[in-house]
Design a protein around this ligand. Sequence first.
Ligand code: PLP
Length: 444
Amino acid sequence: MTTLEKEQKTSLRPIHTTGLGLHTKALHAGFNPDSITGACALPIYQTNAYLFPSADIAADRFALKDPGNIYTRMGNPTTAVLEERINAIEGGVGAVAFSSGMAAITAAILTFTRPGDEIISANTLYGGTYELFHYTLSKCGRTTVFVDTNNPAAFKHAINERTKAIYVESIGNPSLDVPDFVSLSEIAHQAGIPLIVDNTVGIGLVAPIQFGADIVVHSATKYIGGHGNSMGGIIVDAGTAPWTNGKFPEICDPDPGYHGLVYPTEFGNAAYIVKARVHILRDMGACIAPFNSFMIATGCETLPLRMEKHCSNALAVARFLEGHPAIESVSYPGLSSHPSHEMAKKYLGTAGVSGFGGIVGVRLHGGYDACKQLVEGTRIFCHLTNIGDAKSLVVHPASTTHQKLPSKERSDCGVFDNFVRISVGIEDANDLIKDLSQALEKIR
Ligand SMILES: *Cc1c(COP(=O)(O)O)cnc(C)c1O
């Protein structure tokens, strides 16, 4: 071996991130440097398909006996790095990426449910998820019962023989409720069903699998990517859901699409995540583009650093707004006035970054007119519907994201006519406070 070859061999050692911290995982997990070129940055495998080494191997790949690549709709080496990175951060047995958060949530439900099944969900959900559960999935025969996010007993009470999962968000968007994960996972497991947590807003602050979640879903569009330039979604499987207890024929019945394959027999505790990829992603077709995986995996490298700044800025902005005369109330889990403050103190800050997240909600004395003036009057905050961008963002949900919901359903989600959602970015906190101050000054 030449010296150069030796050097290359040493520098190509994959880094095993098991047991390492969040910052290290976010940078290194999932990536083994390219052995041919030595490229240190993640290569973009912009290919639809992969050469089969032989006819036998081709047949084995289609029969799921060989794990090699087939077609980018079911998997891609660039995307695999993103999947493994988020899997490492969340502590799962496997992950699958999708074209968006909504695609990931849709797939997360379709992978294990059948028509007639029911889900018990927190009532303070991201608007898109609420619409999916309330309207679209119910047309596909999966109904959802919405209960008070902050009342575990309400979840327990709503469970019946058709119930197949409990669903919550780690920090509800936009009401910012933090549910009691331990109680909810105990309730779910007593009933023989999984707890599913959307950790889009809480990533880096809490890893719900540590507290009993069985499945974690993400919009990677938000904090993971972090720069508002690429859509993506991910499912992470903890490998802990009780699929073989007789309640889940959709996971356990032989799959006619794969010659009667039985997922738990073949793939053990990875049954769910394998099915999500080889059956649901394959059939839905909502695969992420390799370029987006590259952008999001690169963004993920700085996720913990950005999250720290999002949290400290959001707390500063929340404290400033709390004392402002134009503001009726401020909603931020880091303030003792928030109904979830105790839960937030218990769960947030346990996954590597301490703080209470980057989203702040405000209700204004002046109603919708005042909200309009605020969203139009800021100079640094971008007026748009997104969260988790490095830049600060502001929106009036009642007239935009939640416009189509009846007003009772809107207010149940925490979206009032005088409510503005602020996604606090990583600018200098003083600049953000000055900008909000000048915008609020104009409101009379
Ligand atoms: C944005 C968001 C989604 C949907 O993700 P997309 O990538 O926009 O499809 C789901 N859940 C939460 C909490 C979100 O903020």
